[in-house]
Design a protein around this ligand. Structure first.
Ligand code: SAM
Length: 302
């Protein structure tokens, strides 16, 4: 039954598509390691991932790297209004065209590199909530995430990210100073702008071919009002601080080119602290003082 205010979707043709194993064989899609191709064939699992991205009725989803289309089918079956997927490997297009035909206009595949694609532009003119859901290629997963979270305009066009990463990367995304080894620039950026959570693990055996390590599905929900600071400056501060993470901040922050002791005093952070002891709010304070000191420096008349 349709949710009030939405339209029921017709999935019967998607349900009649051949099993993914067969699709991969028929279209000769030998997985390429260089493209991070570890495919998911189990529709129960892909549907679980699609459901994890929230109720999808009336929602448009951007998927990165659909491959033969396991997660794509799941997103459509779970009721997404539209799915637009960016795939770099043109060998996957015939399999994706079969899904397009079965989707009654709900699915479009775009050939391209997601790192160079303006995802928001793909959904221009499409109304309703928009989100990203993907079993990301491991080689570019963190670069993609960082590029989405560094967007100058916030809140962004997506209301949620549901992404599969290697477990080790997932732990670095949700880390706090309590998990020192995992806590770094990625955690500060992610938790400054989003609420982050590991939803569940996916074992290597779920993939074809199986990777060596465990994977995890992570959820990131954009904060509507993140603590205010200039993202570019936050990036500079965390780069300096974590670039020499074993050193005290009074030493590691020297590369910022401002008076480090003054910076730390004004941000109310002890100069003996190390980067991994500073929480997101502390980094935001440091960033705002850094911005003030930079501006003062630029206005100084010699
Ligand atoms: N979604 C499929 C699944 O779950 O079975 C495939 C996931 S596989 C881990 C990653 C996919 O991303 C592959 O299909 C690969 O070709 C694609 N890919 C790799 N690099 C990409 C890039 N830069 N832009 C878009 N797609 C990319």
């Amino acid at each position: 039954m349709a949710v009030p205010g939405t339209t029921a979707v017709d999935n019967h043709l998607i349900e009649t598509l051949p099993p993914l194993r067969e699709v991969v064989q028929n279209y000769d899609l030998n997985p390429k390691r260089t493209l991070g191709q570890n495919f998911l064939f189990d529709l129960n699992l892909t549907r679980r991932i699609a459901r994890a991205s929230g109720p999808l009725e009336g929602v448009s989803v951007v998927e990165i790297g659909p491959g033969p289309g396991g997660l794509t089918r799941a997103l459509l079956l779970e009721g997404a209004k539209r799915v637009i997927a960016v795939e770099r490997d043109e060998r996957c297009l015939p399999a994706l065209e079969d899904i397009t035909r079965a989707s009654a206009g709900r699915f479009t595949a775009v050939l391209g590199d997601a790192l160079e694609t303006d995802l928001n532009a793909l959904l221009e003119g499409v109304d309703g909530p928009k989100r990203i859901c993907a079993n990301l290629p491991y080689n570019v997963g963190t670069s993609l995430l960082t590029s989405w979270l560094e967007a100058p305009n916030w809140p962004p066009w997506f209301d949620r990210l549901t992404l599969m990463f290697q477990r080790e990367v997932a732990e670095r995304i949700v880390a706090t100073p309590a998990q020192r080894a995992d806590y770094g620039r990625l955690a500060v950026l992610c938790n400054w702008r989003c609420e982050t959570k590991i939803l569940f693990d996916v074992p290597p055996t779920a993939f074809t071919p199986p990777p060596k390590i465990m994977s995890s599905v992570v959820q990131l929900v954009p904060r509507l009002t993140p603590l205010p600071c200039i993202g570019r400056h936050l990036s500079q501060v965390t780069q300096s601080a974590f670039g020499q993470r074993r050193k005290m901040l009074r030493q590691s922050l020297k590369s910022l080119g401002v008076d480090t002791l003054q910076l730390l005093a004004m941000a109310e952070i002890a100069p003996e602290k190390r980067a991994e002891e500073i929480d997101v709010a502390g980094f935001v304070r440091l960033t705002n003082v850094f911005t003030t000191l930079l501006q003062a420096k630029m206005n100084v008349v010699p």
